[in-house]
Design a protein around this ligand. Structure first.
Ligand code: ADP
Length: 258
């Protein structure tokens, strides 16, 4: 008889006994948290060398194409594709580790969104050559938020825009603010999302059918993590889309009250 099993055929009202084993799972939980920290640390550490690898591969690719060596240029093109895939997987691991750690801890500080977006612009200029990414001018926007997490949300939006729109297309990043909130949006001219899927893309593990078929890797948790981060900041997050034409992902965070 298995532990916890009991006889369902007894008379109504008869006493029933269950046996069980109580285990202290604190150590197990700590192990899991350590594992998550480790995954997050490794993913962060892998990001930097991969970013420079990507830049070198792209430089070599342009030189080889310019020099007329099409076979080598094609090989570099394939290498670049694989490096991009690895970056996207690392981003996925970071999302997984945030998810597994159970709760999103915010490290709030005052910082300038204008500077953060400038840094993201520099980073994408050095690493994304498959698309044109246009950054609209941003004015100084001081917010009270977790800079690393907000950066993670913007990078997730950009990485999705790259994943779900054709090579060579344009992606636009904008940030505006009024007295009450700062609003960041990333628009693409990609595959778009139909009205049935649109409200679900922020759900945990949700991936649109067509995207599963495409050779795009993903765990379906990036936007869920983005939603959790923004909600914890007291902001709003949403998506608009014209299927077949493109999508626009936006979030807001409240401006600090002075
Ligand atoms: P994934 O790892 O699958 O990209 P996300 O949580 O980031 O997970 O996104 C969930 C789903 O939303 C994706 O699988 C895709 O179907 C859809 N999606 C996200 N961003 C876009 C976009 N810019 N254009 C079209 N579809 C998108």
């Amino acid at each position: 008889r298995a532990i916890g099993d009991f006889d369902r055929k007894r008379e109504p009202g008869a006493k029933q006994f269950m046996t069980g084993i109580l285990m202290d799972v604190t150590e197990q939980k700590n192990d899991e948290l350590r594992k998550n920290d480790f995954i997050a640390m490794v993913s962060h550490e892998l990001k930097t060398p991969l970013t420079s690898m990507k830049a070198f591969v792209q430089l070599a690719q342009r030189r080889l194409t310019g020099g007329g060596d099409q076979t080598a240029a094609l090989a570099m093109d394939k290498a670049e594709h694989q490096v991009s895939k690895m970056s996207s997987m690392i981003n996925g691991f970071l999302n997984l580790s945030i998810l597994e750690s159970g709760k999103i801890q915010l490290n709030l500080e005052l910082f300038n969104l204008e500077k953060l977006i400038e840094n993201i612009e520099k980073d994408t200029q050095a690493t994304v050559f498959s698309h044109t990414i246009l950054f609209a001018p941003v004015e100084q926007t001081i917010v009270h938020a977790d800079e690393e997490k907000i950066s993670h949300v913007i990078q997730n939006f950009i990485s999705n825009a790259v994943k779900y729109s054709p090579r060579g297309s344009t992606i636009k990043v904008a940030c505006i603010n009024d007295e009450t909130e700062a609003r960041v949006s990333v628009s693409d001219s990609g595959i778009g999302i139909d009205s049935y899927d649109l409200p679900k893309v922020f759900d945990r593990y949700y991936r649109v059918e067509g995207s599963k078929l495409a050779t795009v890797s993903g765990f379906g948790i990036g936007l869920y993590i983005c939603k959790e981060i923004i909600i914890r900041h007291g902001g709003r997050i949403w998506a608009e889309s014209d299927p077949g034409k493109g999508s626009k992902f936006s979030f807001t965070i409240p401006m600090p009250t002075t």
